[in-house]
Design a protein around this ligand. Sequence first.
Ligand SMILES: [Zn+2]
Length: 82
Amino acid sequence: MSCPDHIVDYMHDYLDEEISEREEQELRKHLHSCSDCEQHFRELKKAIAFVQNTSHIKAPDGFTASVMAKLPKEKKKLEMSR
Ligand SMILES: [Zn+2]
């Protein structure tokens, strides 16, 4: 099974969610018949999931706490100014 050059482009388009339905079908069809590309695609997805997970972990601690701390104060100020 030969690998068309655009299959790798399709993988990136798919992960960017910028792939058309027709291209996605072609990509899936190739991944089913080509274990090399399937593994490459899996590695890509893993790398992206890792980036998303680490950026997700960074946010909560300080960020939500400071947002929550600000909310009641803002509310009190509004009530007092009435
Ligand atoms: Zn392939």
